[in-house]
Design a protein around this ligand. Structure first.
Ligand SMILES: [Zn+2]
Ligand SMILES: [Zn+2]
Length: 380
């Protein structure tokens, strides 16, 4: 009898119980899943604006650096939308190690976006309506069942469609950090407006070498390759569908390259000392303070890592990462209004073997987390 009562009590107090029963807010498991890394914006020879590698070379580079997923995102306008007979019909589009996603860079006068799909789809349908009104684009996208992720929204070919169309946002485009600062401003504006948009990175590597050339591509070949930056996802399964879903819900973070530390932001909302929420998760604000933990996973370099905590678009705190690779902070989110907390980590550059000019070009940003959200409307 006593044992039955004790078990019932333990079940009622389990942190998972809070996380799973916060009425319409659903927080998935923080332990059942796998971390996977990839790049979601890479051009091959099928894009004509590049001095590119073929797909086999790109896939070999990605396999060597231990990636789990990859999107080869060639410009759809270079083949009049018919990417199905180019990028993924190429016999080189195969890997035993990588989850190769299906997609393209939707390339229009109003901006660029990568399309992510777990299976082949008809890119030409999106290409054909690239000049149509947003409501038409939305209908076609929904009909295809694909994920639309805005590329380099402010730092080149500005994204000029409604952010209501967008399933995720490329806040970190290419190895050079500095031009991405304005992408973070747009992202914070959209988050502040109640749009729960996940952030991702994309190397946008065109990585070819022109012998004897001093064109920008000449250094790009040795500084910008697969995974500069790298997007990490925490997903319940090693499948294409799970990778794309994790990007959409923001269970993801971005690192400068595949060997740089991965940042994880978690929150303990019920004060039991254990994490209940991971970045990307959204819950009703609890009555008391929330303990957040920032952790750098993987190998760290010599030198100090600094964390900038952004709350609702403003800098909330600046912290130094401790010797164990983590640092914490606490705050009580507004009981009624929306709040979000995200972190940026700056520090020493991690070398990328085989991409020798990485550190010369990269900049101070090491990693960016997605936010932890409170009181965001799940049906927005
Ligand atoms: Zn582009
Ligand atoms: Zn591109």
């Amino acid at each position: 009898m006593f044992r039955v009562v004790a078990l019932a009590l333990a079940a009622a107090l389990a942190p998972a119980a809070y996380a799973q029963t916060n009425d319409k807010f659903v927080v998935a498991s923080l332990t059942e899943g796998v971390w996977m890394k990839g790049d979601l914006h890479v051009h091959s020879r099928h894009s004509k604006d590049s001095t590119n590698h073929g797909e086999a070379r790109i896939i070999a580079d990605a396999e060597r650096a231990g990636f789990d997923f990859l999107l080869i995102s060639d410009h759809d306008n270079h083949v009049n939308g018919d990417t199905a007979h180019h990028t993924w019909s190429d016999p080189e589009f195969r890997s035993d190690k990588l989850l190769l996603l299906y997609g393209a860079e939707w390339t229009t006068v109003r901006g660029h976006a990568v399309i992510l799909s777990a299976r082949p789809y008809d890119e030409k349908k999106l290409f054909d309506i690239r000049d149509a009104r947003d409501v038409v684009v939305q209908k076609v996208k929904d009909g295809l069942g694909v994920h639309l992720s805005a590329n380099h929204p402010t730092n080149k070919d500005h994204f000029g469609y409604s952010y209501d169309l967008v399933d995720s946002l490329e806040v970190w485009n290419t190895v050079r950090w500095a031009p991405n600062k304005t992408n973070l401003m747009v992202w914070d504006d959209m988050l502040s407006s109640g749009r729960k948009i996940g952030a991702r990175g994309g190397s946008d590597s065109h990585h070819g070498t022109v012998p004897g050339s001093t064109a920008p591509q000449a250094i790009e070949a040795t500084a910008n390759n697969v995974g500069t930056p790298t997007t990490w996802v925490f997903a319940p399964a090693r499948t294409r569908e799970a990778v794309i879903a994790a990007i959409g819900r923001g269970r993801a973070s971005i690192s400068a390259n595949p060997y740089a530390p991965r940042v994880e932001l978690t929150a303990d909302v019920n004060g039991d000392g254990k994490a209940d929420m991971l970045m990307g998760d959204n819950a009703r604000a609890p009555a008391g303070p929330v303990r957040f933990t920032v952790k750098l996973a993987g190998k760290r370099e010599d030198g100090a890592y600094h964390v900038r905590v952004v709350k609702n678009g403003d800098v909330f705190a600046t912290l130094d990462v401790g010797a164990d690779g983590s640092v914490g902070f606490a705050d009580t989110p507004d009981a009624e209004a929306r709040s979000y907390y995200r972190v940026e980590v700056e520090g020493p550059a991690t070398p990328y073997p085989g991409v020798d000019n990485f550190a010369k070009v990269a900049g101070p940003m090491v990693a960016i987390s997605n936010p932890i959200f409170f009181n965001f409307d799940p049906a927005f």
